[in-house]
Design a protein. Structure first.
Length: 222
């Protein structure tokens, strides 16, 4: 018997159970499938435009920059302007996200590379699953559409976010994610990004880009 089995065996003896009781198993299953909702702050429970304004305000407070465009068709030009204004190279890397691939990148001077980053890409473009207004947080799921390496390796990360995907709070985003994917097909990783990478480990001085991108630019479309 392994140490793990010995520990669980002692717990079962103390509780007077064998581990296979139908009633106990039913209680656990019911708890997992019907967990009660926790307390959700009112901070993000706002009408759409006020919710978007709160998201932008909170994102900018943590050193992200935010631009709003009327629709996704305007995204390539917005990316080109951002790169030009900051004297960044006109080259980006993105995954296989169909929403990004359908845009007219050919109408700009931007060179587009595809796939995960190997650490040598100065700029990445991703599409966020959702935004959280109360904290200015972006939510991105892992996979070929938006590889997680794009979130961490390039020095500049540009994230496209649909205005309709900005939720008031984290609980709403998790509920939508579970509804969209379902059990057994959830993404391997869910990355929540609030502002560019930062650290205060050295003399309590904030250093941007310590563990990831030093610039985070959010383009809200819609």
């Amino acid at each position: 018997m392994s140490a793990r089995d010995a520990v669980f065996s002692k717990i079962r003896r103390a509780l007077g159970v064998g581990g296979s009781e139908a009633g106990r198993r039913a209680i656990v299953i019911a708890r997992l499938e019907g967990a009660p909702a926790g307390v959700v702050p009112k901070r993000g429970q706002l009408p759409r435009e006020e919710r978007l304004a709160l998201f932008q305000s909170m994102a900018e407070k943590v050193a992200a920059t935010v631009a709003r465009v009327p629709d996704t068709d305007a995204v390539p030009q917005a990316v080109a302007e951002y790169l030009r204004d900051r004297n960044l190279p006109a080259a980006v890397r993105m995954g296989a996200d169909a929403r990004l691939a359908a845009l007219a990148w050919g109408k700009t001077q931007i060179e587009v590379g595809h796939g995960a980053s190997d650490g040598n890409d100065p700029v990445a473009v991703s599409h966020a699953l959702a935004g959280i207004a109360e904290t200015g947080t972006l939510v991105l799921t892992s996979g070929a559409d938006n590889p997680t390496t794009l979130n961490f390796l390039p020095e500049t990360h540009i994230v496209v976010l649909a205005a309709d995907d900005v939720a008031g709070d984290m609980e709403t985003v998790w509920a939508e994610l579970r509804a969209r994917y379902g059990k057994g097909v959830m993404p391997r990783t869910v990355n929540m990004i609030t502002g560019p990478s930062r650290s205060g480990d050295i003399e309590q001085t904030i250093l941007l880009g310590a563990h990831g991108p030093r610039r985070l630019h959010i383009i809200i479309a819609g």
